[in-house]
Structure formats: structure tokens, C-alpha cells
Write a protein that binds this ligand. Structure first.
Ligand SMILES: C[S@@+](CC[C@H](N)C(=O)[O-])C[C@H]1O[C@@H](n2cnc3c(N)ncnc32)[C@H](O)[C@@H]1O
Length: 272
């Protein structure tokens, strides 16, 4: 049994987490143990997780809870700092960070709607310390169309982070796009079942460089990328396409149709 799960079980107050989260937390948070770090959890609930974070990270760690429910203030008597506010309100975050300064870890276990998740993420990116993490829980809500969640949609958290993935790839000059704040500040995004972890870097990334190991060696080779034969002759299942091939001489056009057909077959497996 991992340490954080034991602390979850032994917390003096109630907490609700999905069973796969503990291994993810153990791996992602162990580098912060016994360090002077600030962890902020959106969503106090019954307070159980506040105790778990504190025990896991150690006495030097500062644990802050954020909740819309004013009742959450009662956990201040246990040494936690609690801020009452709406995670979907940008002004709340502006005041929060101007008061608390930058933090190391943000865990979003609040309301889990698209706007709540996206606002907390976007208002926090510039307020996370070097190598700090934004951890968004319960991202399965990006695929839920009940309990008030109206997903899947273009505005789901998962689709929003897809755009961040594109922003990261702008570091590669082959994309020919201007880098923005997110291209420069975010080192990586990790996806798990129902958890997304975004790692923030202090260093500002520049454009990536393509390196050649040794300038004395000849870097040139014949690239066969587009030289493969269009259709394997012996594959009976695609004989119809062979027939089309014999009828249509525009090789590139036919290859495109055939590639899409193959990819679609793999995509269908993901939709199963
Ligand atoms: C599932 S509970 C949190 C559980 C707790 N983190 C744990 O692990 O035991 C979700 C909490 O998010 C709070 N919440 C919901 N919407 C919120 C919002 N817009 N801003 C801040 N907190 C919110 C709720 O009041 C509730 O206390």
C-alpha cells in the first residue's frame, strides 16, 4: 500500500478520491516531501485531504484550502489557511496570488465544470513556481453529459488542454508559429485516467534546435517516406483499392484515400 493511500485512510476527516489517484500523487509529489512548499487545494469538502497532504509533505509544507462554502473556514483551527471564493472568478485568483505569492502545487478538486477548471488553470499558470504542478482532478467531467456537465464539447477542459499541446509544439520551428506564454512556460502535460498534470517551468523555453551529432559526417540520406508502394499486391482485403489504383493514375490522390482508410480502421478501435 503506498504512503499517500495510508494517509488517506487514516485522515481524521472524511475525504473522497478515486482509487487510481494515489499512485499518481505518490509519484508526482514525492519530490516535494520535506521541502518548504505551498500546496493549494481547490475544494475542501469535509477537509480530509488537507490532513493527507500535510502528513505526506511534512511539517515545512504550507497547505491552503480554497472553497466557495464559507463553512470550510472551520479547518483553520487545524492550522490550514482557508480562502473562501469562487474558482471561476478571475478576480478571486488575482487577490489570492497577490496575497499569497507564487505557489508550488495547485490541486483542483473543486466544482469540475469547464469554466471552473479552465479559469483556475489560466489564472494560476503564471503563479506557479519553477517545476511546480497544476493537477486537475476528475477530468472525466470533460466527457460527461449529466449532473450539469455539458460535455463532450469544444470547451471541455480536455479539449482546452489539447490547445495547450499545440502551444507546446510551437517550440519546434517547423510549425512556423509564434510562441506564446504557454509555449514558453509549460514544460509538459501528463494525462491519466481523470487527472491532468501540467508542469510549469521558470525558464522560458525558446525555439528548439535540430542538432547534428558530428559535422564531419555526411548528414544526407535518401528518405523513403513517400516512396513506399501504394498498396501491397497480395492483400486480398484491399483488392477493391487495387482496382481503383489500376483505374486512377493520380498516385498521390489514391495514396491519400488509402492512408485515411487505414487510419480510420485504427480510429474505430479507439471508438469501440
Ligand atoms: C469533492 S469536494 C472536495 C473534496 C476534497 N478535496 C477531498 O478530497 O476530500 C468539492 C468541493 O468543491 C467546492 N466547490 C464547488 N464549486 C466551487 C467553486 N466554484 N469554487 C470553489 N470551490 C468550489 C465544494 O463546495 C466542495 O466543498
Amino acid at each position: 500500500m503506498n504512503k499517500i493511500f495510508k494517509l488517506f485512510k487514516s485522515s481524521p476527516h472524511s475525504s473522497l478520491k478515486w482509487n487510481n489517484y494515489f499512485e499518481i500523487y505518490e509519484t508526482s509529489l514525492k519530490k516535494f516531501i520535506n521541502k518548504k512548499v505551498t500546496l493549494v487545494e481547490i475544494g475542501v469538502g469535509n477537509g480530509g485531504s488537507l490532513f493527507m497532504w500535510k502528513k505526506f509533505l511534512g511539517s515545512k509544507a504550507k497547505i491552503i484550502g480554497v472553497d466557495l462554502n464559507p463553512d470550510a473556514k472551520k479547518f483553520e483551527k487545524f492550522g490550514f489557511k482557508i480562502f473562501i471564493g469562487d474558482q471561476a472568478d478571475p478576480n478571486f485568483w488575482k487577490k489570492f496570488y497577490s496575497k499569497n505569492g507564487k505557489i508550488d502545487i495547485l490541486i483542483d478538486d473543486g466544482g469540475h465544470t469547464n469554466l471552473q477548471q479552465i479559469t483556475a488553470l489560466m489564472e494560476s499558470i503564471e503563479n506557479i513556481k519553477n517545476n511546480g504542478l497544476i493537477i486537475i482532478e476528475d477530468t472525466h467531467t470533460s466527457f460527461m453529459n449529466y449532473k450539469g456537465f455539458k460535455n463532450p464539447s469544444d470547451h471541455s477542459l480536455i479539449n482546452f488542454t489539447n490547445k495547450i499541446i499545440e502551444n507546446l509544439h510551437r517550440r519546434n520551428p517547423m510549425i512556423k508559429k509564434k510562441m506564446n506564454l504557454f509555449s514558453k512556460k509549460i514544460s509538459s502535460i501528463e494525462y491519466f485516467d481523470s487527472i491532468v498534470i501540467i508542469k510549469i517551468s521558470k525558464k522560458k523555453y525558446g525555439y528548439s534546435k535540430n542538432l547534428h551529432n558530428n559535422k564531419k559526417l555526411n548528414p544526407y540520406f535518401t528518405d523513403y517516406r513517400f516512396k513506399r508502394s501504394i498498396i501491397k499486391k497480395n492483400n486480398s482485403k484491399i483488392s477493391f483499392l487495387n482496382f481503383i489504383k489500376s483505374k486512377i493514375s493520380k498516385k498521390g490522390f489514391l495514396q491519400g484515400i488509402y492512408d485515411n482508410y487505414l487510419i480510420k480502421k485504427y480510429l474505430d478501435k479507439l471508438n469501440d
